[in-house]
Write a new protein. Structure first.
Length: 113
């Protein structure tokens, strides 16, 4: 895997464990001395892709807060940046989803797909 810029990596071969579905919603990303509202592209039980012109470096740990539906409680969890590319965004892996959050995500993925 070649390094494009320090902390940012080129794409790897597709290796998905979970089915992804489109989700465009705001997500609060806090960590690495940053706290920003960004926008998601898609989500799965394993993680989320976040659009970002200036993404956070790979292996950074974050706290994410987002909603699947406006009327439902927000999901908050720890997460880790596993893919990061300037001008595109970040692939984020969930680290500690609660049982309720996991159930909500599974329901969302099943309904959307």
């Amino acid at each position: 895997m070649a390094v494009e810029h320090e902390g940012l990596l080129k794409a790897r071969p597709e290796r998905r464990d979970y089915r992804r579905v489109k989700l465009v919603t705001q997500v609060r990303c806090a960590g690495q001395d940053r706290a920003e509202i960004m926008v998601t592209r898609d989500v799965s039980l394993g993680g989320v892709f976040i659009n970002a012109d200036l993404p956070i470096a790979v292996d950074s740990e974050l706290t994410l807060t987002f909603r699947l539906f406006p009327e439902e409680p927000a999901i908050t969890c720890r997460a880790k940046v596993i893919y990061s590319r300037l001008g595109m965004g970040m692939g984020i892996q969930f680290q500690d989803l609660s049982r309720a959050a996991r159930q909500s995500l599974q329901k969302f993925v099943d309904e959307v797909s």
